[in-house]
Ligand binder design. Sequence first.
Ligand code: AMP
Ligand code: ZN
Length: 114
Amino acid sequence: MSTDCIFCKIANGEIPSEKIFEDEEIIAFNDINPAAPKHMLIVPKEHIPTLNDLQERHVPLIGKMFATAKDLAKKTGISESGYRTIINCNGDSGQEVFHIHLHVLGGARLGRMG
Ligand code: AMP
Ligand code: ZN
């Protein structure tokens, strides 16, 4: 938990979100500023700032985030039409929230970089 982190605050319920899924390790919610008709964020509850901070012990967690993306794509009806998963890392990617998250975008034909 990082006290200044917006996604830690969403994970512990301090800030509301449009929650889609939650278990002991992960929370998923709709992006507040969607870049596609469906735009979900899959967020580990552990505060990991960037992909660069990933440790060996996080490998199963990252796998679970992608498995959750697959499940939520199905649940929201974009499995067959298609979707994109993105994890931004640091400045050139445009990362704004320094708590790792997996974007899931779909519901329309996406531009080349989504
Ligand atoms: P990134 O640029 O990869 O760090 O993406 C951060 C994403 O978090 C952006 O798409 C924002 O729209 C989204 N976001 C920021 N604050 C919130 C919030 N309170 N609830 C939901 N999504 C948020
Ligand atoms: Zn955090």
